[in-house]
Design a protein around this ligand. Structure first.
Ligand code: NAD
Length: 450
């Protein structure tokens, strides 16, 4: 394997480096840049780590069925990518040995970060929404004092406003706004996207695709600001849809994204944004983390208005049936599609673990549960919580998405010795209770999340 060549590239002409164009500083406010923190010479900041070739790890599955790990160390001409295929030949015992060697080698090559300090600036994009808001709360609870949250929604419409968190109303599809948001950041989490449940992503594919602007500008702004790490929230919708045509689906593992046939619009945006994260690490040395979320649910999530997902929608419909006394429930599709659902607490914990795992840099990984249920089973669970049995009406014209989707957690268990583990019944109970309160608050004319 080619050795780490940071020093070689340090002598490259300055034209190759964005810092050089910017004169070693960002043009985005007062935050210290990575260049500011690095040693200076008479010719200006030393930026040797920026464009040095870095190793990037990936999983692979060959047409022959062989699977394994590869760490690519591109040289200046990206030649390692061209030769990678020749090295992807090990199987059985040999595979295990090589994988172990590669992991050992990868650890050696990655610079160790200093421990994140409580006053290091954490930036969260999309923090006015469900997962971003929960993440802001999670870090605040962990004792981080400088959290900057940004979202394009006006502040009164944010799902959660966490005390002590700086909240900015910014459209992050605009480059300048991303620079404003990321100035001085040590870590950046991009949870901003125009998204929703199946009804939304099937109807608004252009809106979903346009989220590529958010990640494109956020990762560049994070890089220019000298952020140490960057997190991207990908999705199980990035997986090849032809593998998801049966409710008794084989769980999806990370290598199933390629050959690519992602969900139209939303899934393709996720794939290309993942690639940005992989290449910012490979080419520019920004440590990136990529989690493919599988259906997240819980309190403070969208529960009405068209963007809600199945667990919240079913809780709301059951609550409405009880409230109106009309004991029927309208179910999208025929009730047979299968999915797994991850509770929000597992999601934010997983984000933290994935972001800070050096073995997962620039490596997409599933973040979801492997507890597969049909839509019908999901309805039965909510009915049991509510203590009611409703007449089911199936709407076969409604959007329904793929027939089955589950998360294969082999990789996350191996890498983190952990997987999302809140039982669906437990998470649903908390979610149902919260939506009940929201429903009552809305009925009383109060402002609610939707
Ligand atoms: P959400 O809709 O609750 O939050 C997303 C937030 O991004 C919203 O508050 C929205 O206003 C904001 N946003 C959209 N465009 C923006 C822009 N141009 N500038 C600034 N903010 C903008 O969604 P969520 O469930 O919290 O999802 C967060 C991330 O996780 C998204 O990237 C989503 O694709 C991904 N994801 C979520 C799920 C899930 O089940 N919730 C599953 C897979 C992936």
């Amino acid at each position: 394997m080619q050795a780490f060549q940071a020093e070689d590239r340090a002598s490259e002409p300055q034209r190759a480096r964005p810092e050089a164009r910017l004169g070693g500083t960002t043009n985005c406010g007062t935050g210290a840049t990575r260049a500011d923190r690095e040693p200076r010479t008479a010719r200006g900041p030393v930026v040797r780590a920026r464009y040095a070739p870095r190793p990037v790890s990936c999983e692979f599955r060959l047409a022959s069925g062989q699977e394994g790990w590869q760490i690519l160390t591109p040289d200046s001409g990206n030649r390692a990518h061209e030769t990678a295929g020749q090295r992807l030949t090990f199987t059985g015992k040999d595979a295990a040995r090589k994988e172990k060697n590669m992991l050992t080698e990868k650890k050696r090559l990655i610079e160790k970060d200093p421990k994140l300090k409580p006053d290091d600036l954490i930036v969260i994009g999309g923090a006015g929404g469900f997962i971003g808001g929960a993440l802001a709360r999670y870090f605040a609870k962990k004792g981080f004092k400088r959290i900057r949250a940004a979202d394009k929604k006006p502040l009164p419409e944010w799902y959660q406003r966490v005390p002590g968190v700086e909240c900015l109303n910014l459209d992050l599809s605009v480059e300048d706004n991303c620079q404003r948001a990321c100035a001085g950041a040590v870590e950046v989490y991009n949870l901003a996207a125009d998204m929703g449940g199946m009804g939304f992503i099937e109807r608004f594919r252009v809106e979903c695709l346009r989220s590529v602007l958010i990640n494109t500008h956020m990762i560049e702004a994070a890089y220019r600001a000298g952020a140490r790490r960057y997190f991207y929230s990908s999705s199980a919708c990035a997986y090849n849809t032809t593998l998801q045509q049966d409710p008794k689906v084989r769980a999806l593992k990370e290598s199933d994204a390629y050959p690519a046939m992602a969900e139209r619009g939303y899934g393709w945006e996720k794939l290309i944004s993942e690639m940005f994260c992989e290449e910012y690490w490979a080419e520019r040395g920004l440590k990136t983390a990529i989690a493919r979320f599988h259906n997240v649910y819980g309190p403070w999530g969208t529960w009405d208005g068209g963007r809600e997902k199945a667990p919240a929608a079913i809780c709301r419909k059951v609550i409405a049936a009880l409230d109106t006394g009309k004991h029927t429930i309208n179910i999208w599709g025929d009730g047979t599609p299968t999915r797994s659902f991850m509770y929000i607490d597992d999601c934010v914990k997983g984000i933290d673990m994935i972001m800070h795992c050096d073995d997962l840099i620039a490596t997409p990984i599933n973040l979801g549960t492997s507890e597969l249920v049909t839509v019908n089973e999901l309805v039965s669970k909510v009915e049991r919580i509510a203590g009611v049995k409703l007449k089911r009406e199936y709407d076969l014209t409604a959007p329904r998405g793929v027939a089955g989707r589950n998360s294969d957690n082999t990789f996350i268990k191996k890498m983190l010795k952990w997987e999302p583990n809140t039982p669906l019944d437990t998470g649903l109970r908390a979610t149902y209770k919260w939506i009940q309160q929201q429903y009552a608050a809305r009925k009383a004319g109060k402002r609610v999340v939707d």
